[in-house]
Design a protein around this ligand. Structure first.
Ligand SMILES: *[C@@H]1O[C@H](CO)[C@@H](O)[C@H](O)[C@H]1NC(C)=O
Ligand SMILES: *[C@@H]1O[C@H](CO)[C@@H](O)[C@H](O)[C@H]1NC(C)=O
Ligand SMILES: *[C@@H]1O[C@H](CO)[C@@H](O)[C@H](O)[C@H]1NC(C)=O
Ligand SMILES: *[C@@H]1O[C@H](CO)[C@@H](O)[C@H](O)[C@H]1NC(C)=O
Ligand SMILES: *[C@@H]1O[C@H](CO)[C@@H](O)[C@H](O)[C@H]1NC(C)=O
Length: 628
């Protein structure tokens, strides 16, 4: 009978007492239960400041305070049945939401909000390190807030007081779980990131694992489980693979749990039959859950029988109150804890203080980053290319221009309705402005976009290799290819395929909802029974998402887009154009121009667009063009 491990309900939830006051009510949906085990983990990653939850998407509308209440109840459950619960966060907590970005200095409220969650293993992402300010904040706030839970296996910082290079935090953490007495050796890694400010040093993972401290740690005999937390993808990652191999080289039978991040996807990767990795998506949409049973041989609690082989399970929890109530066995009156309520209230106060709901204008429709094809009238990129960038440029200059921006500068969708201060930070949190190179020969300029998009004769990857070979080009070498374009969401298939293994579920859904299940796509409409959302396929199959969603189709978009401004219709006599670009991609622009035979350098670069940042450009345009 399917209801044994599935909750199904079609009623709407009554008024909600937690989350942010303006958060939409979550809609009930069929849910898969948490596969609770001997040792359980909740894992967050890439929250990027979204600690207030999603205020325009009911499916992800719970906030950090709710997560605190939720973890409390699950910890209580572990206490009651003698199992254990651990919490992990793998970085990129900052940048990407007004709650972090709109304050001055940035993050003024974030650290005090975040610290109230009881986290057992926490690491840094790359976003904590782009600016000296933000990594110093890790040193001054996050590391002391989380003390022995903060792990920096391959990350050093120049101590802002003494100027001396030192590990940002301890290299590893060895501890024993409270109820089961499981002995854990935990590491905290960052991928081989190079775009950090010069006050931090990221050691290559492949070098770090050769160091004595690591080699000693993995030879520790009194360990039941290795936990490798890190801002590193779990699948297709040379860093994760190297760590896995290093551990397996010295122990073939100790289970390993990886908790990853960075690529913003829900993912679960099998390394071998006792080593799995979980990645918990992005932006507080997902609370990742993993359980392992059958660990150790010295557990005192006999209720949980030891298994021959440890068993790993996973679930991706949609971060909304409906899911959180059901998984914790609570309801609207019993769910919020005092600590959780306090944090929700302080988020709310901070949002108010930052005036995040101040409206610049109202979007006439939804615009999508990946949920619409490009080009398309519902594509954010098409909107930028045809409207925002040309309108802004035309007002400032008469000279012919090619305006290029990386699509990675855009982070999120725009929903129909109020476009607020908060929206600008969600859509584009970057403080970089626009730069200009004047009078670039059109012959070369017109090939730039192709080159940046990997569509020309020379591929970007080859450019990168060349730049590494030619030392003089080295300083233009890109940080990390991923930074150019938005992360690729997992390819989704239709719901029917997602759940085809669960014949009963499929049958039930078909009976209850008719053909809607197959047709539904796009954002939730009131008459759509299944909420559109993640339909994840991973190494364990198609049943990872807690909520059974109607699928959303995601589309690939190019690395860069280009707007042409003031170009004559006949380009035969066009000798030169100005190239205007998002400052963030300057290195690629200069590098690509060199490959096209045009030698431009720092001295040729000037600021343009009146020094406005991308965020300013967006809010200006919306203010002038989208009346409410
Ligand atoms: C960086 O830190 C300094 C000193 O605390 C502060 O004055 C400045 O506003 C910060 N910059 C940002 C962008 O937050
Ligand atoms: C198991 O129980 C024994 C005796 O009650 C106790 O001394 C020991 O500390 C317990 N071990 C763990 C890991 O809890
Ligand atoms: C980092 O760069 C700044 C400015 O470019 C320089 O003043 C400083 O000495 C550098 N710090 C280190 C640790 O290299
Ligand atoms: C919530 O749960 C409590 C305890 O189980 C129960 O007494 C109460 O009636 C429930 N409230 C609602 C609104 O369902
Ligand atoms: C361009 O300038 C005109 C006239 O000054 C003004 O009305 C319009 O709002 C400006 N548009 C933008 C995008 O700056």
């Amino acid at each position: 009978m399917i209801f044994d491990n599935l909750w199904l309900s079609v009623a709407l939830l009554p008024a909600v007492l937690a989350a942010q006051p303006s958060a939409p009510e979550p809609v009930e949906a069929p849910l898969r239960k948490l596969p609770w085990g001997q040792l359980n983990f909740l894992a967050t990653t890439d929250t990027h400041g979204w600690h207030g939850g999603h205020l325009q998407e009911p499916q992800y509308s719970a906030d950090w305070g709710d997560y605190i209440s939720f973890a409390h109840h699950l910890r209580q459950k572990a206490h009651d049945d003698g199992s254990d619960l651990l919490l992990v966060d793998t970085g990129d907590r900052v940048e990407g939401n007004g709650l972090y970005d709109a304050s001055s200095p940035k993050g003024h409220y974030t650290f005090d909000i975040f610290k109230h969650q009881n986290i057992d293993i926490i690491t840094s992402g790359n976003h904590e390190l782009y600016k000296k300010n933000s990594s110093d904040n890790e040193y001054y706030h996050t590391v002391p807030n989380f003390k022995e839970a903060y792990i920096a296996s391959n990350l050093d910082i120049y101590n802002p007081e003494t100027g001396k290079l030192q590990p940002l935090a301890q290299r590893f953490r060895k501890f024993t779980t409270k109820n089961q007495g499981i002995r854990i050796m935990a590491f905290g890694f960052l991928f081989n990131f190079q775009g950090n400010a010069n006050n931090t040093v990221v050691q290559r993972v492949q070098d770090t694992i050769k160091e004595k401290w690591f080699q000693d740690a993995i030879r520790d005999k009194d360990i039941d489980l290795f936990v490798v937390a890190g801002h590193v993808p779990v699948s297709d990652s040379s860093e994760s693979d190297a760590i896995f191999k290093a551990i397996r080289d010295v122990t073939w039978d100790t289970p390993i749990a990886f908790f990853g991040g960075h690529t913003h996807i829900r993912d679960y990767h099998k390394f071998d039959k006792i080593a799995y990795g979980l990645e918990s998506g992005r932006y507080m949409e997902t609370l990742g859950f993993m359980s392992i049973s059958g660990l150790g041989h010295h557990a005192n609690n006999s209720d949980i029988a030891p298994l021959a082989t440890p068993e790993f399970k996973r679930r991706y929890i949609d971060n909304n109150l409906y899911s959180l109530y059901r998984h914790s066995g609570k309801n609207e009156t019993t769910f919020s804890t005092e600590a959780g309520r306090k944090v929700s209230a302080s988020i709310s106060a901070a949002r108010k203080h930052l005036n995040l709901d101040h409206t610049y204008g109202c979007a006439p429709r939804d615009y999508w980053l990946n949920r619409a094809p490009y080009p398309h009238e519902s594509s954010i990129l098409t909107w930028l290319e045809n409207e925002v960038l040309p309108d802004t440029a035309r007002n400032l200059t008469k000279s012919p221009q090619l305006i290029i921006t990386n699509t990675g500068a855009m982070r999120f969708d725009i929903f129909e309705g109020p476009f607020t201060i908060d929206t600008t930070f969600l859509v584009s949190p970057f403080t970089s402005g626009f730069h200009r190179l004047k009078n670039v020969p059109y012959k070369a300029a017109k090939q730039l976009l192709q080159l940046l998009n990997n569509e020309g004769k020379i591929l970007l990857s080859e450019m990168m290799v060349m730049s590494a070979v030619h030392r003089d080009l080295g300083k233009f070498a890109p940080r990390h290819l991923w930074e150019l374009a938005p992360p690729k969401p997992p390819v989704s298939q239709w719901a029917q395929q997602q759940i085809e293994n669960d014949e009963d579920i499929d049958e039930t859904l078909r009976r209850e909802f008719g053909q809607e299940v197959m047709k539904a796509a796009g954002r939730g409409k009131h008459d759509t029974p299944l909420v559109p959302g993640y339909t994840t396929v991973d190494d364990a199959g198609k049943d990872g998402d807690d909520t059974i969603h109607a699928p959303i189709r995601f589309y690939d978009v190019p690395n860069c887009i280009q707007a042409e401004v003031n170009l004559p219709s006949d380009k035969k006599d066009l000798e030169t154009v100005d190239i205007v670009y998002n400052e963030f991609i300057e290195r690629w622009i200069l590098l690509a121009l060199r490959f096209l035979g045009e030698d431009y350098g720092d001295k040729d670069v000037e600021a343009t667009f009146d020094g406005m940042s991308f965020t300013d450009v967006l809010s200006e345009w919306v203010h002038k063009n989208w009346a409410c």
